[in-house]
Design a protein around this ligand. Structure first.
Ligand SMILES: N[C@@H](CCC(=O)N[C@@H](CS)C(=O)NCC(=O)O)C(=O)O
Length: 219
């Protein structure tokens, strides 16, 4: 059975923001049996000897599938999809589309949005206001591209919902002030459509339960 290593006890500002939620969302979508090992970040469990053997970077998410270890959220999601035979098409070209949009989410869109999130959470100090404006401008280039891609499409990679949508929606969610998405009506509707999925709603509830808060606290 798959064990998902996810955040347990963390600083209050980190609750509900981890990339572990992407993996749990994929697991909830597929119905694969799994259990969660909730790591105690505050007690240093991520840098302890046991977890260091699973994660070279001391980060979440990691999954352990009966001894087969996978880290990095993109790889974890693709593994879950391959194992379940869900959230990724069977044909070679369809799979390539999914891989393309997974990379686009992680390598292109996530970079400026993650930095904006860090600024909004107060982790970047002096000059952050100017830097934020530059990052929003940079992100605009990628969001324009997503808006064009979503013309006449429900999901980003394929006709059906895939792991690329989980990655993209959770990347967009890193910035909680959704003003940045306002100029993009298709992207805004896409984002709402993705987060309305029952598997995401269950993921939020499970995260809240694990971290001892209410769902309202982490939306
Ligand atoms: N590239 C990695 C990034 C993983 C990552 O940044 N994980 C964060 C949580 S979102 C973490 O574990 N942070 C704890 C730390 O770095 O000390 C992925 O996509 O999985």
């Amino acid at each position: 059975m798959i064990t998902l290593y996810a955040f347990g006890r963390v600083h209050p500002g980190m609750i509900g923001k981890g990339r572990d939620l992407r993996a749990q969302w994929a697991l909830e979508e597929t119905g694969l049996p799994y259990r969660v090992h909730a790591l105690d970040y505050l007690a240093g469990e991520l840098v302890g000897p046991a977890y260091s053997r699973l994660s070279y970077f001391h980060q979440v998410p990691v999954i352990d599938d009966d001894g087969f270890i996978v880290g990095e959220s993109g790889a974890v999601l693709l593994y879950i999809a391959e194992k379940a035979g869900k959230l990724i098409p069977a044909d070679f070209t369809g799979r390539t589309q999914v891989v393309q949009w997974c990379f686009a989410a992680l390598a292109t869109v996530e970079r400026p949005l993650f930095e904006i999130q860090m600024i909004d959470l107060g982790f970047r100090g002096e000059g952050a206001g100017e830097r934020r404006a530059a990052l929003v401008k940079e992100a605009g280039r990628w969001l324009d591209g997503l808006e064009r891609r979503l013309d006449g499409r429900e999901w980003i990679a394929c006709e059906a919902f895939t792991v690329a949508d989980i990655l993209l929606a959770t990347v967009l969610r890193q910035v909680r002030n959704t003003d940045f998405i306002e100029p993009y009506p298709r992207l805004k509707a896409y984002y709402a459509r993705a987060l309305a999925r029952p598997a995401w709603q269950r993921t939020l509830s499970l995260c809240a339960e694990r971290q001892g808060v209410t769902v309202a606290d982490i939306r």
